[in-house]
Ligand binder design. Sequence first.
Ligand code: DQA
Length: 163
Amino acid sequence: MIKILLIHGPNLGLLGRREPKIYGHETQEDLLERVRRECTPEKYEVELVQSNHEGVVLDVLNQLVRDFHAGSSPVGGILINAGAWTHTSIALRDALSMVQETGLPVIEIHLSNTAARETFRHMSMVAPVVTGCVAGLGAAGYTAAARAIIELIQANSKHRSKR
Ligand code: DQA
């Protein structure tokens, strides 16, 4: 079983109620369901990690890197909407940089088009250390990101088995 982590940063646990004009009406459980729908259940398991505490997310990523080096990580790829940490967190960027070194695909997601909003949202700390980004497509972005992560995981495993 290959695990796909869907990581949600601060305030995303309230999606559905939180500023629906900007973030839409789907809850994070709806978004999780969207991702699961794209994944063959016999092959992929999607786990949601939502926290308002940065250290919790850093611990998850650190453990993943540790497990990867021990050859025991079930994680094949990560979807992350880091919320406001996107624009502020050097620690999250450093953790994702370690993940990048493992070769695991990571997709950054934003419901809103951050480039079209306040200038403080234009800069993403994490963008340089992820595989790619989906922003501004609302909930549909989660479906697109789920399809993309599966392709990337498959390409990754072909690449690994050739080595
Ligand atoms: C967000 C955009 C961020 O700027 C904001 O802080 C969020 C949500 C989005 O999904 O559009 O919490 O990541």
